[in-house]
Design a protein around this ligand. Structure first.
Ligand code: ATP
Length: 397
C-alpha cells in the first residue's frame, strides 16, 4: 500500500463564494513566476502579485485503507476530525482552511505580508527582497502583535494591466489536485489571508459609537489648557474654516492625549483624519497612525524638485481627494492662498525632541533647517501646552 503520508489528495468540500469572503493576498516567488508563465508574461524578479483569494474548505481525502494505516501508525488519539462527505460518501481527514486563487489582480493597494511567509518561500525576509523604498513598517490596524513584523507592500502597476486581460486565472488546490507533503505544508503556510490596511472606506469605517465613548472619556479628563486647544481646533474643523497649527509643548504635556481626543471626535463625525508621524515608532502612538513617508509617498531622498509619489487613480489619491472635500468648502476661493489649500493641518512636537539630525553641520545650520526657521512657519498659529501631566499626576497620587 502506498504510504498515505507521502501523497495526499485534496478535495474541496464547500466554498464560501459570497463577495465578502474574498481575501486579498500577495503572491511571492515561485508562485508569481508560475503565474506569469501561465499568463505568458515576462518573469520579473521580486515581483509581488496581488490577488483575490476565495476562502474554501479543503479536506484531505482518505480511503479506508489509509484510515487503517493512520490508525495503526498514529493510534486513535492522534486522529483529528474525520468527516464523511455528504454527497459522495468519501472519507476525509479535516484540515485547516485553505485559500484558492479565484480571480482578479488589484492595483495600488497596500497589504500586510508576514515575514514568516516570505521567508518560507524565498528564504529572505520581506525587506531583503523588496525595494525598501516601497516598504514601510506599520504595526497599526490591529492585525498583529508588535512582535510580529508586518510590512506594507504597494501593489504593482502591472496588476492593473493584467486585470483587464484576466478574469479567471488559475486554480491551485482545486479538487483532486495532488501535492506532496513538503509542498502541502508550504502552500498551507504561504497562502495566508492578508488584510488591506489602507483604504478610503477604512478611514470612514470607524465605529462611531465606540469613538464617541472614547471621546467623552478623554474630554472629561482634559485640563483647561488642553481643552482650549482641543476646542479651537475642533471649531475650525466643524466650521470648515481651515487653518495651520503647531501645538507646542515639552514632553509629557499631553500632546498625544489631544491627538487621541481630536481623532476620535472628528472621526465620530464621519470625517477623515490622517494621523502621521515622522518615524514608525512615533506613529504607533497615534490612532490609525502611519509614517508621513508612507501615507503621502514622500521620497526618502528629497531634492528641490521632489514630489510625492502618489499615483493617479490610486487609493491614496482617492483618500486625499475625499479628505480635501470634507475639509474645504468648494466655494471658499480665498483658501487656495492658504497653506495646504486651507486644509486643517496640525503639526505638533517639542523642539527639544525634534531638531533635525544633520551630520557634520554646524549648530547654526542645524537650527536654520528646523521647522521654525522655514517659510511656512510664518503661517502657523502656535498653541502651547505648559503642564507636565506625568508630574502632575504623580504629585496628585
Ligand atoms: N488630561 C489628562 N488626564 C489624565 N492623563 C493625562 C492627561 N493628559 C495627559 N495625560 C497622560 O500623561 C502622559 C503624558 O501625555 P502624552 O503622552 O500625551 O504627552 P506628550 O506631550 O505627547 O509627550 P511626548 O512629547 O513625550 O510624547 C500620558 O500617560 C497621558 O495619558
Amino acid at each position: 500500500m502506498e504510504n498515505p503520508s507521502k501523497v495526499r489528495r485534496l478535495r474541496e468540500m464547500d466554498g464560501e463564494f459570497t463577495e465578502e469572503k474574498f481575501v486579498e493576498c500577495a503572491l511571492f516567488g515561485n508562485y508569481t513566476h508560475e503565474l506569469h508563465a501561465f499568463l505568458g508574461f515576462d518573469n520579473k524578479d521580486g515581483t509581488v502579485v496581488v490577488l483575490l483569494f476565495v476562502r474554501v474548505k479543503l479536506y484531505n481525502e482518505c480511503c479506508l485503507c489509509c484510515l487503517n494505516y493512520y490508525k495503526s501508525y498514529y493510534g486513535y488519539s492522534k486522529l483529528v476530525v474525520w468527516l464523511i462527505c455528504s454527497s459522495c460518501g468519501s472519507l476525509f481527514l479535516s484540515i485547516t482552511l485553505r485559500y484558492r486563487i479565484e480571480f482578479g489582480f488589484l492595483d495600488c493597494t497596500c497589504f500586510v505580508v508576514f515575514d514568516n511567509e516570505a521567508k518560507q518561500v524565498l528564504e529572505k525576509i520581506c525587506v531583503e527582497i523588496l525595494d525598501p523604498l516601497l516598504l514601510d513598517v506599520d504595526y497599526t490596524g490591529g492585525l498583529l502583535p508588535i512582535s510580529k513584523v508586518s510590512l506594507i507592500i504597494e501593489g504593482e502597476e502591472k496588476g492593473a494591466m493584467i486585470k483587464s486581460k484576466v478574469r479567471r486565472i488559475i486554480c491551485y488546490l482545486n479538487s483532486n489536485e495532488s501535492v506532496d507533503n513538503g509542498e502541502f505544508e508550504m502552500l498551507k503556510n504561504v497562502i495566508t489571508p492578508t488584510k488591506r490596511l489602507f483604504s478610503k472606506e477604512g478611514e470612514l469605517a470607524y465605529d462611531t459609537n465606540e469613538l464617541t465613548h472614547t471621546n467623552l472619556y478623554t474630554e472629561q479628563k482634559m485640563t483647561y489648557g488642553q481643552r482650549s486647544i482641543f476646542d479651537e481646533i475642533l471649531n475650525i474643523v466643524i466650521t470648515d474654516s481651515g487653518n495651520f497649527y503647531f501645538v507646542y509643548g515639552h514632553g509629557r504635556c499631553g500632546k498625544s492625549f489631544i491627538w487621541n481626543g481630536l481623532s476620535s471626535t472628528i472621526r465620530s463625525r464621519r470625517k477623515i483624519v490622517l494621523n502621521v508621524a515622522s518615524s514608525g515608532i512615533a506613529s504607533l502612538l497615534l490612532p490609525g497612525g502611519k509614517t508621513a513617508h508612507s501615507r503621502f509617498s514622500i521620497p526618502i531622498t528629497i531634492t528641490d524638485k521632489s514630489t510625492c509619489n502618489i499615483k493617479h487613480g490610486s487609493l491614496k489619491t482617492e483618500l486625499l481627494i475625499k479628505t480635501q472635500k470634507d475639509l474645504i468648502s468648494v466655494t471658499s476661493q480665498h483658501k487656495t492662498h492658504q497653506p495646504f489649500g486651507g486644509k486643517v493641518v496640525i503639526l505638533g512636537g517639542d523642539f527639544k525632541q525634534i531638531l533635525p539630525v544633520i551630520l557634520k553641520e554646524s549648530r547654526h545650520d542645524i537650527f536654520s533647517l528646523a521647522i521654525n526657521s522655514s517659510h511656512p512657519w510664518s503661517f502657523h498659529k502656535v498653541l502651547k501646552l505648559h503642564t507636565n501631566m506625568r508630574l502632575l499626576m504623580s504629585s496628585s497620587d
